[in-house]
Ligand binder design. Structure first.
Ligand code: SF4
Ligand code: SF4
Length: 501
């Protein structure tokens, strides 16, 4: 029906003087944008199918292709943008919820970019990280309020189980099913090589990856997919997922088309059936209920593993975190509103939740004020884009960060935000064998190691510049940050001063 016709968002520009009709783009595009027209003896494009993933652009041997945003437009209207009008047409045609993937792309404030880092001058010398030891190792878990010694004068070491990270970075939860086997293998091997952890997400743990258990966080989500005793015992820590930054307050939905073969076996659900995780855990309606699950998991694993509770950053996050810190959990993971996802309703992804920077600052402050900051470690995620973001997160009070989108970028993701369609041309967010093969885990794991190693070098450089030689000394050290272009209210929530003060 003509009323439903929408001009494609992108246009494929093919330079005819360069194109040799080798048909690489046709073979590489799972969205079937490119084809060879024998009558015209040239390549043609169906731009309505293009998601702008750049696979064809990257592999075209003659650099004949580029993708541009269309300049076709509706009449200018600051209120009714072309995107908004198109979404109304799409919903009027389908009657369905709009779906999206990856993080919130709206131009809301990015507080990381409004905070600047201090450097030493004259009286407080900087440290040269090439010549002096710099400690980026962190331990996550409950810390004692004071140092205790026995009658023999020796330190009493009765710490609850801790996670030891050589770098203050972990790979955030991404389930096998939402991402491919090869993507999971890349993450698992990189976590092992870096001395950190990756996270199974809510899809269970493939039997091949039990060997990486010492570097694995196993997740227990509301659907309990793939959760059994061996699974709990396999990981170094257990994460209870109460919420996710991209879709706070709702459950998960992995379409039946992605529940095939190994994914179905690992999740312990039949092939082709949709994996729908309920919005709440049906056994958790209070902090006391959460405490029961925390201790059930500890009991099941003989109190040998720390338990993480993951929540989305929402309006009253500080009060929620305060409750969790008293529930017996060892680590709280907070996921900001820009956190990625394999699939989420667009309206929820773009309108629910709060920025991780504000959530982190208010949680750290609240736990300090209540004298329970040492009860838990704080891990934050939701669009950590660089080593500078990590430094700022630690200075605001984080013990470590979770990364996911940047990890997928390292694996080749081009942020086309089409993961929910299951046709990821880069072999990441797909289960189609011919696409999964495109991601070589030997290359993928090395690129992840490179990324985190590079960031760790930069973290050491920046800490040295501040005259600080350990992550522990930087943690919650808000004097190392200054705000620019922020209101008094924003500065007060972040607990930092304005530049120039
Ligand atoms: S990959 Fe490049 S050269 Fe080959 S057919 Fe496509 S546009 Fe032409
Ligand atoms: S993982 Fe694949 S489908 Fe998802 S945003 Fe990245 S390139 Fe696109």
């Amino acid at each position: 029906m003509a009323i439903d016709f929408l001009y494609p968002d992108y246009e494929v520009v093919r330079n005819p003087s360069r194109c040799i009709a080798c048909r690489v783009c046709e073979r590489q595009c799972a969205n079937e944008v490119h084809s060879y027209d024998a009558e015209l003896n040239c390549m043609v494009s169906d731009e309505s199918k293009c998601v702008n993933c750049h696979r064809c652009v990257s592999l075209c041997p003659t650099r004949a292709l580029k993708i541009v945003k269309t300049d076709h437009t509706f009449k200018e209207n600051a209120n009714w943008t072309g995107e908004t009008i198109s979404e109304v047409y799409r919903q009027a045609g389908s009657g369905g919820v709009l779906l999206s993937s990856m993080g919130n792309p709206k131009p809301l404030p990015i507080y990381w970019d409004k905070m600047l880092i201090n450097a030493s001058q004259v009286t407080n010398p900087s440290i040269d990280p090439l010549r002096e030891p710099m400690e980026t190792k962190v331990f996550l878990g409950k810390k004692p309020g004071c140092v205790e010694r026995g009658e023999d004068g020796k330190l009493r070491n009765n710490l609850t189980p801790q996670l030891e990270l050589a770098v203050p970075v972990m790979f955030s939860a991404m389930s096998y099913g939402s991402i491919s086997y090869n993507a999971h293998e890349s993450l698992a091997r990189a976590a092992q090589a870096l001395g950190t952890y990756y996270n199974t997400g809510e899809g269970g743990l493939h039997e091949d990856f039990y060997q990486y258990g010492k570097n694995t966080i196993v997740q227990v989500a509301s659907g309990r997919f793939g959760v059994h005793k061996d699974y709990l015992e396999a990981g170094a820590a257990i994460e209870i997922k109460m919420g996710q930054g991209a879709k706070p307050g709702i459950g998960g939905h992995l379409p039946g088309a992605k529940i095939v073969g190994d994914v179905s076996r690992t999740r312990m659900i039949p092939e082709g059936s949709d994996a729908i995780s309920p919005a709440p855990h049906h056994d958790i309606y209070s902090i006391e209920d959460l405490r029961q699950l925390v201790y059930s998991l500890k009991e099941a694993t003989e109190y040998k593993k720390p338990v993480i509770v993951k929540i989305a950053a929402v309006h009253n996050v500080a009060a929620i975190a305060s409750g969790i810190a008293r529930s017996g959990a060892d680590i709280i993971a907070i996921d900001g509103f820009r956190g990625g996802t394999g699939a989420a309703p667009t309206r929820i992804r773009d309108n629910v939740g709060i920025p991780i920077e504000l959530a982190l600052a208010s949680v750290d402050q609240r736990l300090r004020e209540e004298g329970i900051r040492g009860n838990v470690s704080l891990v934050v995620g939701g669009s950590i884009r660089s080593s500078a973001d990590i430094i700022k997160a630690v200075a605001l009070g984080a013990d470590a960060v979770y990364i996911a989108t940047s990890a997928l970028l390292a694996l080749g993701c081009h942020l086309c935000r089409s993961c929910h369609q299951g046709k990821c041309n880069w072999g990441i967010a797909t289960q189609r064998p011919e696409l999964v093969r495109r991601l070589n885990p030997n290359v993928g794991y090395q690129r992840l190691v490179n990324l985190v190693t590079a960031w760790n070098h930069e973290i050491k450089e920046m800490m040295g510049g501040m005259g600080i030689n350990s992550i522990e000394a930087l943690k919650g050290n808000r004097l190392m940050l200054r705000g620019v272009g922020l209101t008094d209210r924003e500065l007060s929530i972040l607990g930092i001063q304005h530049a120039g003060e």
